[in-house]
Design a protein around this ligand. Structure first.
Ligand code: GLN
Length: 540
């Protein structure tokens, strides 16, 4: 049976529980242990699919089409194994399941309560992953901060589960903050003492403290934390601020987090962690030989988390090319005031981002027109690809009213349109084209060269599609549909002829880029931008 590791958070949010969980998982994996990570989010939405990116950052989509928290992206990028619906559960989903059972009469006339019914459902979801017999260890991250009203049922479920499976099979890691008071030049332990007290009130004694800090923890402070929080000294782990998230596994290795966990779980493992691939990646990431600027045209640019996987995919692709990629966020709305050329002039490539709704669309169209005409490498993702099609129809084919029905539902020229089956749908949650779909790529195309094969599968999250009624006209003018869904014929990739790199994809390649497998289209895009940059600098 699998053993359990729980990660809770104290003092403040945003301490990086996801990164700590993913780093620990990476270390365990590098020792040959089969591990997966699951996240519980204490909010009432059934999933983050209906959340505005400003609320909760990017919505990450799994192979099986679940709309999930962006931490799942970190899990996949670190572990290089896919996650699924079971890896992210919200309070909304827990309650939905319990209420559906109640309506079906499954509780035989009993009063339905937080304890035992909600906590039972939480435990069921945790053990479900463990029962698959695919993993030796399941790491469960509990979202939110200890002390929040919403987290209580999760802590209670954790307390019960630990009692049921026994302490030898379950470890609780508490991630906390050790603030530094500049005026006093001191690191402070009190907030951690308080948050451990909160946990104790819920009946949970943490086994390990992982301490986020800006400065190294002196020995006396570790001793003090150990004494007051009732853990052994070796279980006080320093998590010092790192240059990049990819440094964290090695920092945790140095602090022996993996060894400490294994000892507490009575797992014998004398394998040396095999991190050679990871270290090779870090070496390239830290020693770039070149540098380029890529524009990211989107409308959620105030919040980097809204495009998390895109930023990370650039880091992976940059490292392969030994190139530092400076991603320059460009708000699509500012491109609507003209002078696009000046605003895009120092960029060696431009990515037009995914998105929803009409705000900022004209800015995206302006950017694409400039890029197309000036032969700047272009990469359009989802809405970015749809905009490329609209722009091409308007400005090359001269279809003045060409539009997406998302922007103008009454347009006479719906070059991007809803699929017939989408037209009937009124509910918003979980109703888009979601998850993994096959795509066949034509030979002798940029994408075929990048992927090195014809049959691929990529993840989707959208309602609107390329309207095949316009395909012939569009292709005859040079924008080619180079990738199609083999079953439905839906266009998944477009490429412009006679342009160094102009690729639009209906799917989300960024979701499948990992440290071990950087996404081929991102790698090819950076290569094209590097060629452009050589031209750019030699012309200067
Ligand atoms: N809004 C567009 C659609 O639903 C694109 C979605 C996206 O970029 N993820 O089709």
């Amino acid at each position: 049976m699998a053993k359990y590791i729980f990660v809770t958070g104290g003092v403040t949010s945003s301490l990086g529980k996801g990164i700590i969980a993913a780093s620990l998982a990476k270390l365990l994996q590098s020792r040959g242990i089969r591990v997966t990570i699951q996240k519980f989010d204490p909010y009432i939405n059934v999933d983050p699919g209906t959340l505005n990116p400003y609320e909760h950052g990017e919505c990450y989509v799994t192979e099986d089409g679940a709309e999930t928290d962006l931490d799942l992206g970190h899990y996949e990028r670190f572990l290089n194994i896919p996650t699924s619906q079971a890896n992210n559960v919200t309070t909304g989903r827990i309650y939905q399941t319990v209420i559906e059972k109640e309506r079906a009469g499954a509780f035989l006339g009993k009063t339905v309560q937080v304890i035992p019914h909600i906590t039972d459902e939480i435990k069921r979801r945790i053990t479900l992953v463990a029962q698959e017999d695919m993993y030796d260890i399941v790491i469960t991250e509990i979202g939110g901060t200890v002390g929040d009203i919403e987290s209580l049922p999760y802590l209670e479920a954790l307390r019960q589960l630990r009692r049921e499976v026994g302490k030898d099979n379950c470890v609780v890691i508490h991630l906390t903050l050790i603030p530094y008071l500049k005026a006093a030049k001191e690191l402070k332990t009190k907030p951690t003492q308080h948050s451990v007290k909160e946990l104790l009130q819920a009946g949970i004694q943490p086994d390990i403290l992982v301490c986020r800090t800006e400065h190294h923890l002196p020995k006396e402070l570790r001793e003090k934390l150990a004494l007051f929080c009732n853990v052994d000294e070796k279980s006080v782990i320093e998590a010092i601020d790192a240059e990049t998230i990819y440094d964290v596994p090695l920092l945790m290795l140095k602090e022996k987090l993996d060894k400490t966990v294994l000892k507490k779980l009575y797992i014998k493992n004398n394998n040396e962690p095999d991190l050679h691939h990871w270290k090779e990646f870090l070496g390239k990431l830290k020693n770039p030989t070149r540098e380029i600027n890529i524009g990211l045209v989107g409308k959620y640019n105030e919040l980097q988390d809204a495009y998390k996987s895109i930023y990370e995919a650039f880091i992976h692709a940059g490292a392969v090319n030994e190139c530092k990629v400076n991603v320059i966020p460009i708000h699509s709305e500012i491109l609507e005031n003209g002078d696009v050329g000046t605003k895009l002039k120092d960029l060696q490539g431009v990515l037009v981002a995914p998105g929803f709704g009409e705000r900022g669309i004209n800015g995206k169209l302006e950017a694409i027109r400039y890029i197309r005409e000036h032969k700047v490498p272009f990469f359009g993702i989802c809405l970015g690809m749809q905009c490329a099609v609209v722009e091409f129809c308007k400005n090359v084919l001269g279809i003045k009213n060409a539009n997406s029905t998302e922007v103008d539902p009454k347009t006479k020229e719906p070059v991007i349109d809803l699929m017939p089956e989408q037209k009937k749908i009124t509910l918003k949650g979980g109703t888009m084209r979601l998850g993994s779909y096959a795509c066949k790529i034509s030979k002798n195309t940029l994408s075929h060269k990048a992927y090195g094969k014809s049959d691929i599968s990529e993840r989707h999250r959208h309602r609107y599609e390329f309207n095949n009624a316009y395909l012939e006209r569009i292709e005859s003018a040079g924008l080619m549909a180079t990738g199609k869904n083999p079953d439905s014929g839906l266009v998944e990739i477009v490429e412009l002829k006679d342009h160094p790199f102009f690729v639009g994809v209906q799917y989300h390649p960024e979701l499948k880029s990992t440290v071990e497998n950087p996404h081929p289209l991102f790698v090819a895009f950076i290569k094209a931008a590097l060629v452009n940059s050589e031209l750019f600098f030699s012309a200067k």
